[in-house]
Design a protein around this ligand. Sequence first.
Ligand SMILES: [Zn+2]
Length: 112
Amino acid sequence: MVSKEKLKKQVEKTANALKGAGKKISSNKKMNSGKERNKDSGKGRNTVQPHRHCRMCHIPIDIKREPPICVEQKCEDDWKKNKKNEKMVRIAFFIFAAVFLGPLIFKGILAF
Ligand SMILES: [Zn+2]
């Protein structure tokens, strides 16, 4: 024969277990719906593999390719030319900075 006290405890335990299970299910549902939403919204994006474009003619190339240009000789030549230009621009900028900022800094030092 089961005592009333024991039965009450047993009922409480069961109720708590059910509550817990309900929580678990609802949280699982949330997680699942979130996953599905992500899947749906990302469907279009997921079909596009990570890739780069040739810096010269913009055709898709391998993501690990270095320099980021395709196999065309013309693109390689253009890339080299561009790099040279970039170097020249950088050097020109430093000269510009030295010529225009140098005297300003010098003046600043003299003022103190
Ligand atoms: Zn190219």
